[in-house]
Design a protein around this ligand. Structure first.
Ligand SMILES: NC(=O)c1ccc[n+]([C@@H]2O[C@H](COP(=O)([O-])OP(=O)(O)OC[C@H]3O[C@@H](n4cnc5c(N)ncnc54)[C@H](O)[C@@H]3O)[C@@H](O)[C@H]2O)c1
Length: 349
């Protein structure tokens, strides 16, 4: 039985921990959450929790805990994960990896030195359509992929103007770090290429700064109306080998639907619409579009990062998200902000 401690019982942990609870060999035994009401609600929902504390340090001192799930505001990710690894725990951490590559450095060092596992919880990777797209790519069904268009756009989805999400010192950034990170990670993962060579990006704050575009996500406390992050980001990323990724992330924009997301792959012999689960190929008698193409048995049929993480600790699965991959994605995110600030392309050596 893998005993789990949860750090931060906010919007995401409250729901995503269900998957831990459903794993037959995992049990949530403790929660660290400074908001007393939320901590109590979490312990009520997950009734295997026997220890409720306010500070992560107290949770990390509990010997019986094997693994922790870090689901706090972004600025606490890297320091808390490093501390947990140094306390001998396995760590599953929410995205983004850190506020910046610099912020990630002590965590990366702790993860490399640890005997335990560190994994960034890129949940989108485990979605069956993403697994299927990757397997179709690997099987050569679209030939060589030369371009990927990845986007996650919302019409009105700013997660609380004035909450930690919209304060750069606490979040590190806006739509790019919240939504763009998922699609960038998906794109690299499906392409099987985490080797970026250059980045050109732009960011915009066009809605939140006017008090527009707020969504209804989460219980995060709002204090004031500080909004010093982007609600839209766009970037072109060139990869080793020549393929390009075109990325868009929007918390808010004028859109004829509530939102959309996809990772589209353009290949020499076909194209993949990842989330639409369609494969388009030219066959001898013309164009064929295959709905839900057969990609063989999925690598992660549980389609869930929590199940995967527990299985990794139990030695049954290899970690799907590696530290080097997470650092590569963070490097590109940093470069997008740098390119946006300087107006120039950033070359990555
Ligand atoms: N993977 C996904 O799809 C997904 C979706 C939403 C959020 N997230 C990520 O999850 C994290 C949390 O987001 P959220 O929406 O749940 O935010 P939230 O504000 O609802 O929850 C964060 C919780 O952390 C608690 N907290 C603050 N300081 C703490 C500390 N020192 N120790 C312990 N707990 C502390 C807060 O009181 C709050 O309850 C963020 O990093 C976010 O990027 C991921």
């Amino acid at each position: 039985m893998i005993r789990i401690g949860v750090i931060g019982a906010g919007g995401i942990a409250m729901g995503s921990c269900r998957a831990f609870a459903e794993h037959p060999e995992a049990e949530i035994v403790a929660v660290a959450e400074p908001n007393g009401e939320r901590a109590a609600e979490f312990a009520l929902r997950y009734d295997t929790v026997t220890q409720v504390v306010a500070e992560p340090e107290r949770l990390l001192a509990i010997d019986e805990i094997d693994a922790v799930y870090v689901a706090t505001p972004n600025y606490l990710h890297a320091p808390l994960s490093a501390m947990a690894l140094q306390a001998g725990k396995h760590v599953l951490q929410e995205k983004p990896l850190a506020l910046s590559l610099e912020d990630a450095a002590p965590l990366a060092a702790a993860a490399r030195a640890a005997d335990t596992h560190f994994m960034l919880g890129m949940n989108q990777r485990f979605a069956a359509p993403v697994q299927r797209a990757r397997q179709l790519m690997q099987a050569g069904r679209i030939g060589r992929a030369y371009h990927c268009k990845a986007y996650w756009r919302r019409r009105a989805g700013i997660p609380g103007i004035g909450s930690w999400f919209t304060r750069k010192e606490l979040s590190g950034g806006g739509a790019l770090l919240d939504l763009g990170v998922h699609m960038l990670d998906d794109a690299f993962y499906v392409l099987g290429n985490f080797r970026p060579r250059s980045v050109s990006g732009a960011i915009y704050a066009e809605f939140g700064n006017r008090g527009l575009g707020e969504g209804g996500w989460g219980p995060s406390a709002r204090s004031g109306r500080t909004y010093d992050v982007e609600d839209f980001a766009a970037a072109v990323i060139k990869l080793d080998g020549g393929a390009t990724v075109l990325l868009e992330a929007a918390w808010a924009m004028h859109l004829d639907r509530a939102g959309d997301m996809n990772v589209e792959l353009y290949g020499t012999e076909g194209a993949i619409d990842t989330y639409g689960e369609r494969l388009c190929r030219r066959e001898t008698d013309g164009y064929h579009i295959v709905e839900s193409p057969d990609a063989g048995g999925l690598a992660y049929p549980h389609a869930d990062r929590m199940h995967h993480f527990v299985n990794v600790i139990l030695g049954r699965e290899e970690p799907c998200v590696t530290l080097d991959q997470a650092l590569s994605v963070q490097r590109v995110l940093d470069a997008i902000y740098r390119s946006a600030a300087t107006g120039r392309e950033v070359i990555l050596d």
